[in-house]
Design a protein around this ligand. Structure first.
Ligand SMILES: *Cc1c(COP(=O)(O)O)cnc(C)c1O
Length: 401
C-alpha cells in the first residue's frame, strides 16, 4: 500500500507519488490550518496551572480586559465577555436578541453551521439569505426575507473581509432588529478605522483551535449594552451569579438563579493561553497579510482564478481562498495539489443542503450555490516557512501552466 491511511479512510496523510516524478518520497501533506503553539503558549498554560485555579477566575477577567484593550472596546463603550466557544457566544447573542420558538433569524447559508445551530438552539428558525460576490450576506436578500416573525439578522465577516455591515445595520435599525456579527474569521480586521467589535451591535469572536488567535477552545461576546453584561455572566454559568461571588466575598455557595443558563464560561488555562496568543496577534496578522498578498500576486494574472478582492491592508485573515471556474475544475485542482503535498479545504457548502435544515425558509440562493461550488481554501498559517508558501503557490500555478 502506498500511503498511510488512518482508521478514517477519508484522512489520507501521505500523498501518493506523482506519476513520472522522481521516486523521492513526498513529505506529509501541508495542512490547511496549523495553529501556532510555541513555547510562549506552553509557558502560559504552565503559569495557569501554577496559579492553582483552573475554572473561571482572575485570568479569565484579565483576558477579557486585554481583549477589550486590543480591540479598543472601552473607548467605544463596548463590553466583552469571554465564552467557552464562538458557538456559545453566538447562541447567547441570539438569546439577547430575544430569539425563541416562533421567531426567525436571517443568516447566510454560506457560513459555518455553528451559526445555524446557535439560532436553532434557541428554538427559533433559521432563514437562509444569499451572499453577494464579496461572500458576505447580501443586504438586498436580507431585506427581502424580513417578515413578521423576524427577530434578528446574523452576518458573517467571511475570511476576515468585512461584509456590507453598514447597510445591514441600517436595515436592522429600519426594522427594529438586532444585528449579530459573526466575527469568528475577523479578529483584527478593521473597518472604517475601528476594529471589528468596536462598532455595531452584538459581535461574536471564536478562539477555537485553528482561529487567528486560539485559546485552544474559546470565544467572546461583545455587547454595547451595559445591562446585558450581567445577563451574559449568568447565561454563561448555569444562571449562577458566580462572578459577583468571586469578585466580592468568595462565598460561592451563596447565590440565586434567575434564568436558564448554560455551561459556557471560559476557564483560566484557556484564558492564559489566549493572552499569550493575543500578545502575538499583531505578528500573526502581519505575517498572514504578507502570505495572502504573495498568493494573490502569484494568482492574480491566471485565467480561471479569482483572488479575494482586497489588498489585505486592514484585514485579519483567518483563511486564504480562491474562486475557481466551477466544481469540476476545483476537484481536479484539489487532486493536483494533493499530489504535490498540499491539502485544501472548502468553506463552505451551503447549509441549506444539510438534512437538518432542509425545511428552512430561504431566499434565492443563486450566489451561495455558485460560490459553494467555486470556493477553495489554501493553507494559511501565522508562521509559514518559505518552502511551504512556495509549495502552495507552485501547486496552484503548475495546474494552470
Ligand atoms: C469557528 C467558527 C464559528 C464557531 O466558533 P467555535 O469557537 O468553533 O464554536 C462560528 N462561525 C464561523 C464562521 C466560524 O468559522
Amino acid at each position: 500500500m502506498d500511503g498511510a491511511v488512518g482508521a478514517d479512510h477519508r484522512v489520507s496523510v501521505e500523498p501518493r507519488p506523482v506519476e513520472g516524478a522522481s521516486a523521492t518520497p513526498i513529505e506529509p501533506l501541508r495542512p490547511v490550518f496549523k495553529p501556532y503553539l510555541g513555547p510562549e503558549v506552553r509557558r502560559a498554560a504552565d503559569a495557569a496551572f501554577d496559579a492553582g485555579w483552573v475554572s473561571i477566575g482572575k485570568l479569565t477577567y484579565q483576558f477579557e480586559d486585554e481583549l477589550s484593550r486590543y480591540l479598543g472596546l472601552e473607548q467605544a463603550g463596548r463590553h466583552l465577555l469571554a465564552m467557552s466557544s464562538g458557538t456559545a457566544a453566538l447562541h447567547c447573542a441570539c438569546l439577547l436578541a430575544g430569539a425563541g420558538p416562533g421567531d426567525e433569524v436571517i443568516c447566510p447559508s454560506f457560513t459555518y453551521v455553528a451559526c445555524h445551530q446557535a439560532i436553532t438552539a434557541t428554538g427559533a428558525d433559521v432563514v437562509f439569505c444569499d451572499i453577494d460576490r464579496g461572500l458576505g450576506a447580501d443586504p438586498e436578500s436580507i431585506r427581502s426575507l424580513i417578515g413578521p416573525r423576524t427577530k434578528a439578522i446574523m452576518a458573517v465577516h467571511y475570511a476576515g473581509l468585512p461584509c456590507r455591515i453598514d447597510e445591514i445595520r441600517s436595515i436592522g435599525r429600519e426594522h427594529g432588529l438586532r444585528v449579530i456579527e459573526d466575527a469568528a474569521h475577523a479578529f483584527g480586521t478593521r473597518h472604517n478605522g475601528s476594529a471589528i467589535g468596536a462598532t455595531g451591535d452584538l459581535v461574536c469572536f471564536s478562539f477555537g483551535p485553528v482561529k487567528l488567535i486560539t485559546a485552544l477552545e474559546g470565544g467572546a461576546l461583545v455587547t454595547p449594552r451595559e445591562d446585558e453584561v450581567q445577563i451574559v455572566r449568568e447565561l454563561r454559568l448555569l444562571g449562577v451569579d458566580i462572578d459577583r461571588a468571586l469578585r466580592t466575598n468568595n462565598r460561592m455557595w451563596d447565590y440565586d438563579v434567575h434564568r436558564q443558563g448554560f455551561r459556557y464560561h471560559l476557564g483560566s488555562i484557556p484564558s492564559s493561553i489566549g493572552m499569550a496568543q493575543l500578545a502575538m496577534a499583531d505578528t500573526f496578522i502581519e505575517n498572514r497579510r504578507r502570505y495572502c498578498r504573495e498568493m494573490s500576486d502569484a494568482f492574480r494574472g491566471i485565467d480561471g482564478i479569482t483572488v479575494p478582492d482586497t489588498d489585505f491592508e486592514d484585514i485579519g485573515s483567518f483563511i486564504y481562498f480562491v474562486l475557481l471556474e466551477d466544481a469540476d475544475v476545483r476537484s481536479r485542482l484539489v487532486e493536483h495539489m494533493r499530489l504535490r503535498g498540499v491539502a485544501t479545504g472548502i468553506h463552505f457548502q451551503g447549509a441549506h443542503e444539510y438534512t437538518f435544515y432542509a425545511g428552512s425558509r430561504r431566499g434565492d440562493l443563486t450566489v451561495t450555490d455558485e460560490m459553494a461550488a467555486r470556493q477553495l481554501t489554501l493553507p494559511l498559517y501565522s508562521h509559514m516557512d518559505d518552502d511551504t508558501l512556495g509549495r502552495v503557490i507552485e501547486s496552484v500555478t503548475s495546474f494552470f501552466a
